[in-house]
Design a protein around this ligand. Structure first.
Ligand SMILES: [Fe+2]
Length: 224
C-alpha cells in the first residue's frame, strides 16, 4: 500500500487586520482528528458603574511619576495607581471576579498604564521571574480610541508563534495568565490611552499543591 503523506495543518499569520478574536487561523482543512495539547485562555468582562472620566483624570494626575525613567523598561509607561473611590470601584469589581475564580488568590500591587500617541509597550510577562506561583493578570480600560493599541498575547506552540489580539474598549476587563507574554501595539490613534492593571497570585503552598495534584484551581485553566 502506498504510504499516506502526513497532513500538516498550516496556520496563517495574517492577523493584523482584526482584533478581538484569535489570530490563530486554520487555513487548510485537515484530515487529521487532533486533540488540543496546549491551550491558554483569557476572560473578558464588561464592568459597569465606573466613572471612567474620573479614573482617567486621576491617573493622568500621576503621569509625571513613571515607575521607570528608562524607556527600555517595560514599566516605562506605568505609573502609580491613585487610591480614590472611582479607582476602587474598578479594583473592587476585579477582586470579586478573582474571588469567583479562586478565593485563595491574593492581590499583588496594581498600577496604571498610560500610552500617548506614538508609544507602545514592549513584549513582557508579569509572572516569569518576578513573582513565584500560579497567578492571573488583569487589565481594565478606562479610555480607548480607535487605533490606540490592541493588547497582543504571544506564545509558542510547537513550531508556530501564535499571536492573539484583544481590541480594548472602555469598560472592558481582560484576565489572563500572569505567565502569558504580551505587548501593546503602537498607539496610532488620537488621545491618551489609559488602563489599570494588576496581578493576583495563589499562595506558594497552594501553588505547590496545585502542581502536585493535591488540589485544583480554576487559575490553572488560564495557563494552558
Ligand atoms: Fe503587561
Amino acid at each position: 500500500m502506498k504510504p499516506v503523506a502526513p497532513t500538516r495543518t498550516k496556520f496563517s499569520t495574517k492577523y493584523w487586520e482584526t482584533g478581538e478574536h484569535s489570530r490563530f487561523t486554520n487555513t487548510q482543512e485537515s484530515a487529521v482528528n487532533y486533540s488540543i495539547i496546549a491551550s491558554a485562555r483569557c476572560a473578558i468582562h464588561q464592568l459597569t458603574g465606573i466613572n471612567n472620566d474620573a479614573v482617567v483624570e486621576q491617573v493622568l494626575a500621576e503621569q509625571h511619576n513613571r515607575l521607570a525613567d528608562d524607556p527600555r523598561q517595560t514599566t516605562y509607561e506605568d505609573s502609580p495607581l491613585p487610591d480614590t473611590p472611582e479607582v476602587r470601584a474598578v479594583t473592587d469589581q476585579v477582586a470579586a471576579i478573582m474571588h469567583g475564580i479562586d478565593p485563595r488568590l491574593e492581590p499583588s500591587p496594581f498600577w496604571a498604564h498610560i500610552l500617548n500617541p506614538g508609544e507602545s509597550t514592549m513584549y513582557h510577562a508579569h509572572g516569569v521571574g518576578i513573582y513565584p506561583g500560579v497567578g492571573l493578570s488583569w487589565v481594565y480600560y478606562a479610555s480607548f480610541s480607535e487605533g490606540s493599541g490592541d493588547l497582543i498575547f504571544i506564545c509558542q506552540l510547537n513550531e508556530e508563534r501564535v499571536f492573539h489580539g484583544i481590541r480594548p474598549a472602555v469598560g472592558r476587563l481582560v484576565i489572563f495568565s500572569a505567565n502569558m507574554p504580551h505587548m501593546t501595539e503602537r498607539h496610532a490613534g488620537e488621545g491618551v490611552r489609559v488602563s489599570v492593571s494588576g496581578n493576583y497570585f495563589l499562595p506558594m503552598k497552594t501553588t505547590l499543591d496545585v502542581m502536585s495534584g493535591e488540589t485544583t484551581s480554576k487559575v490553572s485553566e488560564f495557563c494552558g
